[in-house]
Design a protein. Sequence first.
Length: 564
Amino acid sequence: MPHHTPLIGTIVAGLVLAFLFGTAANRLRISPIVGYLLAGVLVGPYTPGYLADQPIASELAEIGVILLMFGVGLHFSLKDLLSVKAIAIPGALAQMVVATTLGMILAKFLGWSWGAGFVFGLALSVASTVVLTRSLQERRLLETERGRIAIGWLVVQDLTMVLALVLIPALAGVLSGAANAAVSSTDLLQAIGVTFAKVLGFIALMFVVGQRVIPEILHYVVHTGSRELFRLAVLAIALGVAYGAAELFGISFALGAFFAGMILSESTLSQRAAEESLPLRDAFAVLFFVSVGMLFDPTILLRSSLSLIGVLFIILVFNPIAAYLIVRIFRHPMATGLTISASLAQIGEFSFILAGLGLSLKILPQQGQDLILAGAIISILVNPFYFSAIMHLKTRLKLIDSTGTRKTPVVEQEAEELPVTSLSDHAVIVGFGRVGSILSERFRKESRPHLVIEERKQIADLARKQGVEVISGNAADPHVIKAAKLAAARWLFIAIPDGFEAGQVAEQASKANPKLDIIARAHSDDEFEHLQKHKANFVIMGEREIALGMLEHALGSTQTDGQS
């Protein structure tokens, strides 16, 4: 058996270099995504040195897109999707029309046909699924109103691109400018009708069959007691539904996986499914960025610099402005408009697919594909700075307003700025799972002041229904620590099962309040030592306490029998 294969070499080179460059980027206080993209450029065909297998990298990246959208669907219910339809549908379509028109104008200046301009402009109008969702997740915006609008906007874009990918081959002759090309209105309407029928058929199948079958499968696997089988079932459902949607209904992998996750979100097992798919989801998402970097030809910066500037203006300036104005026209807050505009200031995987299709059908020239790829790489690199600029702008506007020097519209409250609790000398419980809920129940019975920090939306909503004060977020986040008023708290109970993550929480909490009594749980000796090292005052190892309880019962019963 050969020790080197293109698959193994691509995975190893991609992940190792992504780790090195991602760590360096994080050290420089910029998004690790920048490091992942640079790693791809380094192993791509346009730079000297090791050359990874580009087709294999692209296929691995597709798995990352599937798992990422499946995870997004797990946190996004149908109710959430329908709640933003009033802005997501007209907003996404209007923004895509603006970008497509500008792309056609730029293509005309480059001497291309109007058909090439249409494909070119359309490719510049659709945001990257991976970049948008990762950006929202990193900033804890995915489950906010702004996050729901952004995801709804993305779903509309994806559906529009599915329709475009079906219609463009049917219109290839007309779009390429062939003299004898013609297409009847009957053929066009038939193609549109078939596409809509397939999409609606898939959605109906998911809601009628999938809503019953998928949760039943997972419930059955859970009762087997095998965590390995449960993890495998989650991956099989995510990948299987996505593949089936693409093969049978002509829907994109990403859209199919999103609907699979959304159906499963109604199940009580949705959170566990999300946790089980997280490690692979993150690993393959990294490979997506590496594969994008491999497509980048740095010489395009010199060969078509002016054209590239035009492309970047459409992606980084006109797209965000159009999205912001549309959101504001619909009377949504300024913060929502800024978030949506920053989210859409990049392009990605659908743009690559459309560019490749246009090139294969001889509609788009090679220069068009090169410009789209270059625009995608640069916009993905720049996108994290857009979110940083939003935060800076928000802070600056608030500071100006607070001085009283001049009246300035105050940017609406960000989701990250959580309201500070009014409690003091209270207990803070991190996690509302089996352990955290028991702690909270005891405190409620004794009328002791306490609150819960919980990241999972469904679990947080459940705690609120029980009358518990909940702060949504990561307990290691300084904003959350401030909102929980740990500086004035008496106890911190870290009830989450991951001892190493709990160590980060304990360390941050001890900095906020050195006198805080920190109580945590561990599942191994390594976790036990890790928590003690990171300032936990008292650590309970579950397995050890269970063993002591068993011994106490057994030996206590024996001693009682002997005395009688």
